[in-house]
Design a protein around this ligand. Sequence first.
Ligand SMILES: Cc1cc2nc3c(=O)[nH]c(=O)nc-3n(C[C@H](O)[C@H](O)[C@H](O)COP(=O)(O)O)c2cc1C
Length: 305
Amino acid sequence: MTPDLRVSFAGIELKNPVIAASGTFAYGVEFEDVVRLDRLGGFVVKGLSREPMIGNPPPRLYETAAGMLNAIGLQNIGARAFLEEKLPKLRAMKNVVVFANVFGYTREDYEYTVQILNEGEGIAAYELNLSCPNTQHGGIQFGSDPRTLDEVVTTVKRFAARPLIVKLSPNVTSIGQMAHVAQEAGADAISLVNTFIAMSIDIKTRKPRIANVSAGLSGPAIKPIAVRMVYEASKSVQIPVIGMGGISTAEDVIEFMLAGATAVEVGTASYWDPRATEKIAADVSRWCVEHEVARIDELTGAMQV
Ligand SMILES: Cc1cc2nc3c(=O)[nH]c(=O)nc-3n(C[C@H](O)[C@H](O)[C@H](O)COP(=O)(O)O)c2cc1C
């Protein structure tokens, strides 16, 4: 039996549900010699902003029990350079699906960046990273306040020439409410979770492990919380949900799908094995054969209570 691994959301069909997550897969081209990119469902490029950004000073990464802290500070080459230097190479590849992750510090930043990206060909959809401080509203994350979430999604939806995936922050009290707000503001799909705000201290030096002091926690340590949030979010919306947070095996992919995910993203796993995404996609196929799952999309939301 050859299982049918195709999934679709927001009018985009993927050959399988495994997508490489933003910030852990550079701009895709850098992984070309390591991962057969056409074996993935797709990949999300590093978060893009209207201008290039150099990011935070080091140390910016620290390994924790079953996880990783990062405060890269959204270093990127900028939307314009992405169009000129990376997208032509991605366009030349056959059979790959590219998602552009977008962030900003004001509503206008998001609007402007999406308008730049609208000019490029070969992007399947935008994924809006809302785990950024809103400098016009006291620095609270866009994705942590229902009003600013609504504002930014409504604005971007007006300008976006492509489907919009709204990536939710897990640093909220009610993920169901935020998912619903994103849907009502026009999101075509939601993705979650981004990293959890966390920190660690070196008790010998009494200094923070990360120069930025606080950082985002990712990796297997967050997986059970992420599964719960994907479940709650999927119960609150009718639009498709893309799940992530600590996925490192095919079984993790299946678990997120049973919780309600249509597709998944794999992030931190690429740090300990750069080929993780491709391996997980192949293992998902094997898992379906072994468990006689003919169509993987039937697993979405199929948890039995
Ligand atoms: C080093 C690093 C950089 C990241 N950069 C971004 C980013 O630019 N935009 C974004 O939306 N998420 C970013 N993320 C979050 C991941 O895409 C993902 O949501 C999160 O790490 C949870 O998945 P994981 O546990 O599989 O890594 C980053 C994560 C890491 C570890």
